[in-house]
Design a protein around this ligand. Structure first.
Ligand code: CA
Length: 807
């Protein structure tokens, strides 16, 4: 059940963002077309079953009067992410592109160190990221100009508009387009949360948006949810008005949505509502799943949960369906902000808007929107802290169904709606929650009662305010120009080869699950959360920075030095990776001079890693030899592993094997430089580990650990080094191999020896640096032979000819 407003505390203590406090994660869950007045948490009479949402609401700050900035998908969302009203950013309709130069909440989060990820729908047109660092899925709606509105032909109904089929065809389904989508959104989101906790100590806090497309029409849902309402006599719409008596915008909406001549039966309406209810229960289960994952992954304590939507659904009220209207069921959205650590649960009755989210999020993470830039949103922090907050919202609409700009002001209980094409409307929602008594009728008839007199005075004020705020002619001209421009561009883009602007998320199956190049034990251990040791005990190896510090006895500065070195390694790793990708992906190849420049950057990054290590050599030595009482050697190993896990090598073999054609075009200098850089780094790593095992950590492993025979880098190394010192011949061979003389025959011979004596240190280090603990010897050998063969077929051109020839 939703919390009862009367039983809740009214004096929640203020939540404050303390300095040096660990930044909370943020998960923002959105539903599409979820009408707030239809939900149990807002309406005790609601028949919709939402146990998870009700539970969340009970521990949240619940906003009872939250509005969207525009009752249509894309304009609402664009305003929400930027904190700016639609007309200010050109968010006119569902095919409007907003400029990539406008900061969004994702930019502010990212600037403050958050990993910003989006799973699901945002309905961006053009730029598909707008500050999000990662999108986990594609969008469900087109990212192009295909859905533009045309005010030059207001009478033409466009094919992609909503129509009556959603209601006529309502009922259960096995699967639908929207289920395909939301199931993917949920899978990726849950996976993202698990990936986050397995990431290791240096991870950034996350700001994940999970944006579901349900309960948006078409009204259909699986039997599981359809049947949840088996015994419910679905209530018919509360407000039923003969269509001829509707206001002019509502009449137009009915025609635009092809509902005017329909006359649905009660049974049809009940079926549509039942499917909608089922879809809301589906969303509710998704919320439950996300909350459960946060709990299981140990994230619940430190994650702010925000829940809202983009607009509502009329769901048959007044004979209207879908949105595009300023009536409550269409324009009011649910809004919860949940972080009991800072904000005691309570309810907020003041008017707020989802465009207030940006400044609110800024406050939550200890920053402010840039003061020199425009901002329509106002922080809801006072509301969260149960202090006096703002109580006015504005909304703007220029999408389907209207023919001129249509605007709304909601202040206290008063809702004022104005549009040059329609009669104005004014409602007092406190006295008239169903919006039946349009007080703006004074425009046509003189006022009758003292109460009407008050309303008239208010109405005149709203009229003046609207006139001062909006230049309707200028806005109309802007909207028309945008629509016309987009038509010219879109008509042209549809000719010839179509290049999609839709987002295509990266998903490389070759890097997931069980692969021959990844030792199984290591993989299973890394994938399991929480991590366990070889006997299945939960390992404290899943370290947070403070755990590392405590275990190793590091002070703040020392910890910073470790972080600094790790960051340098990451930088080196990423510059190697990006050069590799340049070579693999570009056609023609980057110019040799550009390769050379990249190689110089690599060299500098390497230098910076080595410097950082040298500067802190005492610290790293201490880290390596300090035993932990329970598991001697374990903490040290973790640190080394963390350092070495970074994928450092440019993987030249892969480059040659998988990109032969491209590799052929690489300059010998480019390859040689990459090789030299990796060789230098590998040499250092090799030296460091050898030194560690031989001189510093020789006695730190317990007898038990040795007897368990853990096949990982440390025991493998110990064994290999031990054997090496007994075997001068192999040591010599090692040296020869290092000089680059490396024939097939020799490789084979070497491999034969390794089969008897265990992996050679160099190979172990190679894999250690890749993040692998064990060496699948056969695979490695096959790979080497394969690469050698691959290289033989590669005809590297002489200097100055590093460009593509036609083939
Ligand atoms: Ca929507």
């Amino acid at each position: 059940m939703a919390p009862d407003i009367n039983t809740l505390q009214t004096s929640a203590p203020a939540g404050v963002v303390k300095k040096n406090e660990e930044k909370p994660n943020i998960i923002y869950i959105m539903a599409d077309q979820l009408a707030a007045p239809q939900l149990k948490m807002y309406n005790p009479e609601s028949q919709i079953k939402t146990p998870n949402l009700d539970r969340l609401a009970a521990s949240s700050v619940q906003f009872d009067s939250a509005y969207c900035p525009s009752p249509l998908c894309a304009p609402s969302r664009m305003s929400m992410i930027t904190g700016l009203l639609p007309m200010k950013i050109g968010a006119y309709d569902n095919a409007s592109q907003i400029s990539s130069e406008i900061p969004t909440y994702a930019h502010y989060l990212r600037s403050k160190g958050y990993h910003t990820a989006l799973a699901g729908k945002m309905h961006f047109v053009g730029d598909q990221l707008h500050g999000y660092e990662q999108r986990l899925t594609s969008d469900i709606y087109p990212g192009d100009f295909g859905w533009a509105v045309n005010w030059d032909e207001p009478g033409t109904r466009l094919e992609w508009y909503h129509n009556a089929s959603s209601i006529l065809q309502a009922g259960p389904c096995g699967r639908s387009n929207q289920l395909d989508y939301d199931e993917e959104v949920m899978y990726r989101s849950v996976q993202y949360l698990w990936d986050h906790v397995r990431e290791g100590p240096e991870k950034r806090p996350f700001a994940l948006t999970v944006s579901l497309t349900h309960p948006h029409d078409p009204y259909t849902i699986t039997k599981k949810y359809w049947n949840r309402y088996q015994d419910v006599d679905i209530a018919l719409p509360k407000v039923r008005i003969p269509k001829e008596e509707l206001d002019s915008h509502s009449k137009r909406l009915m025609k635009v949505c092809d509902l005017w001549d329909q006359g649905f039966s009660d049974e049809q309406i009940k079926r549509a509502k039942r499917a909608y209810y089922g879809s809301v229960s589906y969303v509710d289960d998704c919320i439950g799943k996300l909350l459960e994952t946060l709990e299981d992954a140990g994230l619940a304590e430190n994650t702010i949960v925000i829940f809202s939507g983009d607009h509502g659904d009329m769901l048959g009220e007044r004979g209207l369906w879908y949105k595009m209207s300023y009536f409550e069921s269409s324009v009011r959205v649910p809004l919860l902000i949940n972080y009991p650590k800072w904000f005691q649960p309570h309810r907020v009755s003041q008017n707020v808007s989802t465009l207030d989210l940006l400044p609110t999020i800024c406050d939550l993470i200890g920053t402010k929107p840039a003061p020199c830039l425009p901002m329509d949103g106002q922080s809801m922090m006072p509301h969260l802290q149960n202090k006096e907050g703002h109580d006015t919202v504005f909304a703007e609409y220029t999408g389907e169904g209207t023919v001129r700009p249509m605007m709304m002001i909601k202040r206290g209980p008063w809702k004022y709606i104005t549009c040059p094409a329609d009669e104005p409307q004014l409602y007092n929602l406190e006295k008239d929650p169903h919006e039946l008594n349009n007080l703006a009728r004074f425009v046509k008839s003189p006022s009758q009662s003292p109460e009407d007199g008050t309303a008239k005075a208010l109405f005149d004020k709203f009229e003046a305010e609207a006139k001062a705020r909006w230049d309707f002619d200028a806005i109309t001209a802007q909207v028309l120009q945008s629509q016309r421009s987009r038509r010219v561009v879109w008509d042209a883009l549809k000719e010839g080869t179509f290049t999609s602007w839709d987002f295509d998320p990266v998903d490389d199956g070759r890097m997931k699950y069980i692969r021959s190049t990844i030792p199984l034990d290591a993989l299973e251990r890394r994938a399991r959360f929480p991590p366990v040791d070889s006997k299945g005990y939960e390992s404290k190896a899943n370290v947070t920075p403070s755990f590392v510090m405590a275990t190793l006895g590091l002070d703040d500065d020392e910890h910073k030095s470790v972080e600094h070195t790790v960051a340098r390694l990451a930088q080196l790793s990423s510059s190697i990776q990006s050069l590799k990708m340049d070579i693999l992906k570009s056609n023609p190849l980057p110019h040799p001079s550009s390769l050379q420049a990249s190689a110089q950057i690599l060299q500098r990054n390497l230098q910076s890693v080595l410097e950082s290590l040298n500067d802190n050599s005492d610290l790293f030595t201490r880290m390596a030899i300090r035993p932990s009482t329970n598991y001697p050697g374990r903490a040290q190993e973790n640190i080394l592993t963390q350092l070495l896990r970074k994928k450092l090598e440019p993987d030249l073999e892969e480059l040659v094997l998988e990109g032969r054609e491209t590799a052929r075009l690489a300059t010998p200098e480019g390859i040689a430089q990459l090789q030299a850089i990796w060789d230098a780094l590998r040499k250092w790593t090799q030296g460091r580990i050898a030194e560690y095992v031989r001189d510093e950590a020789g006695d730190v492993y317990t007898k038990e650990e040795r007897e368990n025979g853990v096949e990982n880098v440390r025991t493998g190394l110990k064994r290999a080094l031990h054997e090496e010192s007994d075997d001068d011949e192999e040591e010599e061979e090692e040296e020869r191999g290092g000089e680059g003389d490396n024939s097939d025959e020799e490789d084979g011979e070497k491999d034969g020896k390794r089969a008897n004596t265990g992996p050679e240190p160099e190979t172990l280090l190679w894999f250690a640096a890749r993040g692998d603990f064990e060496v699948p010897r056969n695979v490695e050998y096959e790979r080497r032979v394969g690469v050698k063969k691959g290289l033989e077929g590669v005809n590297i051109p002489p200097e100055g000819m590093g460009r593509a020839t036609s083939s």
